[in-house]
Write a protein that binds this ligand. Structure first.
Ligand code: TYD
Length: 197
């Protein structure tokens, strides 16, 4: 049985995480690997509540953090851990680094959020951080037509980006400039997968 592999895409909104996650999943499937694609917040009850809050108004900070933790606990125990144990490749569009960044930008200590998560959530083999500046992000997510949601406000995104970039010296983190065309970013992603250590 091949070894399970956990690969996570992170970055602020508008960086193209879901496109790259899907493409990487297709690539692994072509190599004959079994692939599980996941995203957080999930489509479970906690995740649905969080998505609603993105449209209607955010939950109080404590409650929001707790919701993300509960959503992730279910994701880890119900999907991520069993898939890894079965030797599959698990590719996630957001994981606990988003809690460090987004809930960190609401005043929690990112290091403390990390400790809370790593008590139950497996550390990824590879974290691909897709990076773009906040102006590019905001124009991609349609701030001009007013469709940016409650999580996607400029000062918060700037602080999220800073927290994400503070992870760059962790050995399992690769930062990729995601401002270019999808194909170029995809090549850099494959390169990162080929040289994870
Ligand atoms: P997102 O993946 O952008 O959902 P969608 O693709 O449906 O728009 O996630 C919604 C928001 O949730 C996003 O702005 C980031 C935020 N988020 C957190 O604040 N903390 C977390 O731990 C996670 C996973 C996401």
């Amino acid at each position: 049985m091949p070894q399970g592999l956990l690969i996570v895409f992170e970055g602020i909104d508008g960086t193209g995480k879901s496109t790259q996650a899907r493409r990487l999943g297709d690539w692994f499937a072509e190599q004959g690997r079994e692939v599980v694609l996941g995203r957080e917040p999930t489509n479970g009850p906690w995740g649905r509540r969080l998505r609603e809050s993105a449209e209607r108004g955010r939950l109080p900070p404590d409650e929001e953090l707790e919701c993300f933790l509960n959503d992730r606990r279910e994701h880890v125990s119900g999907t991520i851990a069993p898939a890894l144990a079965a030797g599959k490749v698990v590719i996630l569009d957001r994981y606990y680094f988003s809690s460090m960044a987004y809930q960190g930008s609401r005043g929690f200590d990112p290091g403390e959020i990390r400790r809370l998560n790593e008590a139950f959530a497996p550390v990824p083999d590879l974290l691909i951080l897709l990076d773009i500046d906040t102006d590019t992000a905001l124009s991609r997510i349609g701030v001009r037509d007013g469709s940016a949601n409650e999580f996607e406000q400029r000062p918060a995104l700037e602080s999220c980006r800073r927290i994400f970039l503070s992870l760059r010296d962790d050995p399992f983190v690769r930062v990729i400039d995601a401002s270019g065309p999808v194909e170029r970013v995809a090549r850099q992603v494959l390169d990162a997968v080929g040289h994870p250590g």
